[in-house]
Design a binder for this molecule. Structure first.
Ligand code: COA
Length: 152
């Protein structure tokens, strides 16, 4: 399917909350993970706060929010500039395979570059073959594995 004719990727802003909620919920459902409402509120507030290192972009097609992508800028011990971690990417099921995910990654890379980042990186589950089909087209898998140790 072709990319929607009027796809616009823009920074998420406070007035987008009602459109963001169902996509964020869809993303959490995809990971079978529930968050307390106060964390959803906090995450949204951080996305909209220019003083925060957290940012978010939304992809709009014909006035409908069809995808979201959140990122976090952070320092690195290996570089003078920052790095950018792409934490969440989700496109609405009805808009998939039309270049929305790719457009969000490219726009996040542009935004991160403008903010002084030297690298954009992200992770996904080894079994997420759909996401990996996209990621293998826009980035390189360097072979690192992710370890986690809960602290609370
Ligand atoms: C992964 C996800 C974000 C992809 O979004 P999308 O809008 O469908 O992606 P795009 O249409 O931009 O895909 C870009 C490329 O990947 C390919 N691709 C996408 N889905 C594919 C699939 N199911 N099988 C094969 N290739 C696929 C496309 O062919 C396209 O390649 P091209 O641009 O060279 O033609 C979306 O499927 C999603 O939200 N999944 C659920 C949540 C998720 O897994 N998020 C990522 C977690 S890390």
């Amino acid at each position: 399917m072709p990319t929607p004719a009027s796809l616009d990727v823009l920074p998420l802003s406070p007035g987008d909350r009602d459109a963001w909620d169902p996509l964020w919920q869809g993303y959490l459902d995809f990971y079978e993970h529930a968050l307390p409402p106060r964390i959803n509120d906090l995450t949204w507030a951080r996305i909209c706060d220019p003083a925060e290192p957290v940012g978010g972009l939304g992809a709009w097609a014909d006035g409908t929010l069809v995808g979201i992508c959140h990122h976090i800028l952070h320092r690195s011990t290996w570089a003078e500039g920052t790095n950018c971690y792409l934490e969440d990417l989700f496109t609405s099921p009805s808009s998939r395979g039309r270049g929305v995910g790719r457009a969000l990654i490219e726009a996040t890379a542009d935004a991160a570059r403008k903010a002084g980042a030297e690298k954009l990186y992200w992770q996904t589950h080894a079994d997420n073959s759909t996401a990996r089909a996209l990621y293998d087209r826009v980035a390189r898998h360097e072979g690192f594995l992710v370890y986690e140790r809960p602290l609370v």
